[in-house]
Design a protein. Sequence first.
Length: 356
Amino acid sequence: MLKLPGLIDPHVHLREPGATHKEDFDSGTSAALAGGFTIVLAMPNTKPPIFDASTLKLALDAAKQKARCDYGQYIGAGPENAKSAASLSGTVAGLKMYLDSTFGELRLDDMSLWMPHFEKYPRSQPIVAHSESRTMAAVILFAAMYDRPIHIAHVSLKEEILLIKAAKERGIKVTCEVCPHHLFMVSQVSSEERGKRKEGRREVRPRLATQQDVDALWDNLDVIDCFATDHAPHTLAEKDSDNPPPGFPGLETALPLLLTAVDDGRLTMNDIITKMHSNPRKIFNLPEQPETWVEVDESTTYEIKASEQFTRCGWTPFEDWKVKGKVRKVILRGKTAFEDGKILVEAGYGRNVRGS
Ligand code: DOR
Ligand code: ZN
């Protein structure tokens, strides 16, 4: 039996408020525990989006009642909320800036709208940026100009990881995360391949990339600070519709997929501990969780099945994938929170990592 520290996922979408048919703080944090995570940081692209004190209260009240693991809530950067977002920083996980298109309404196109946020948001927390390709270069310039930490969400391209590597070498305060789906899945370019599957189930932002991009991520593991799931549940009916929303669930598949890569010799156990515990804890300034650990049976081989998951969305892009390594038990702050497929802590056991 392998013992790991409580894992931290700095990037999840729990859909509360506004879309609890996809997920809520109860189902999402249950999925987190089943996946070996004891802290999740929830994104603000909900309905309504979390961008001021009253919308933040909606999310935090729901979380307080329903969360089963510890959590933090991001606030979203809007065109006019730089001052209030900064004043709420003590109660949130960090500031999320949507600078490229994705699911939801939060998006800042004009770079002059980025400036007040870079001026005002406290340097004790990173600004997390959804920024792809050249937008990423722009936000890294901002980090350099304002000399403040930024964290780049879901890096997927070769040009992006090489840019971040170069920025780090020049002392710019940039950290980054990569998602399992961008490490294990490749875009299907041939039309023949494309016809075989329902396309909606492969829609995700950033899009799945080429083999060359995937190889570049694996070749630059030392540049990757965190593995984050970008757990983005949408129901199967939504994914198979004519207008499928982008996003994959990931909380319950990340650790088994990454442990399988350890077994294959592509990663080390130390990579898992640093990128899923120590680094996110440091980058997001998260509290220690006393008497907290995860027990994993390293030798169990099994197939991933959506029917065994706690996420409410009812599917996974990794259905039937063979993995090696199963979460047996999660102890959270002295209590057995998960054991052999069962959640054993009540809704409301989870605490806000910012202490309110
Ligand atoms: O695929 C995605 N889905 N990418 C995002 O950035 C947002 C997410 C969502 O909220 O569904
Ligand atoms: Zn996301």
